[in-house]
Design a protein around this ligand. Sequence first.
Ligand code: GLN
Length: 287
Amino acid sequence: MQLANFKKVFFEELSDFYPDTEVQSFYFMLTQQFLGKSRLELALEPECEILEEQRNQFQDALDRLKIHEPIQHILERSEFFGLTFKVSKEVLIPRPETEELVSWILEDFSSEEKLIRILDIGSGSGCIPISLAKNLSSAEVHSWDVSAEALKIAEFNAKFNNLGVNFQLKDILETKDLEQEFDVIVSNPPYVRNLEKKEMHANVLNHEPALALYVDDKDPLIFHRKISELAAKNLKVGGSLYFEINQYLGAETLEIVRRFGFEAGLKKDIFGNDRMLRAIKKNEGAL
Ligand code: GLN
């Protein structure tokens, strides 16, 4: 079969589901993946033929896109901070906002020459700890997650990118003490309230892990509060705590970290939403 014929079907069938530019970008990601050919190579080969088996792969991808499966699940990978990460339905697909959180930490620490001990809480795909390990040569990076399935993916990603991260299976809500002193603690914990689900798209709602995303409407800052409490105990004086936060709860999240004695401020993401928080531990005995 000629690829051009399949291309027609692909565009026609997806036009009800996605804007044209998005369909185009899916198409070229898939041709790269299944045929190993770039957009430019395809332009030079208008008669390109595909085998039955490749046609089946494309058809399968088309069917999955129609049920709003994220393209990253179909490709089984995603890019974050210039690195490639394996992803699956067990982990959140890395978001551009989280790249901004990593950038903030790098701005603050990239000229640091002495060892910095970092703890990331909620590994997911491992995108935060792995990109920090990649870009901070003086860092010793630890990362914890409650999901054994997520940790398998995160460990794979650290190996794949040739970086050392100390991963551990831990439930942060059940943790009483971090048992080590850290210079930096960072977390992108679950923070989406059920009442916000109506703003979300089917690709996230139906295909991404609830465990990584949602919190109870009645106690949406449960993770930020617990992590702040632990950080107040186990962060070194002068150490920093970084959070990704719910854009609607910036003031409330600030209030929590201040209550634990931190000096803190918010930062907006590229979309202009309050998305990050940095808190600095000024002195001991913040509790
Ligand atoms: N920003 C993510 C989303 O909108 C949520 C990430 C999280 O809950 N930590 O899907």
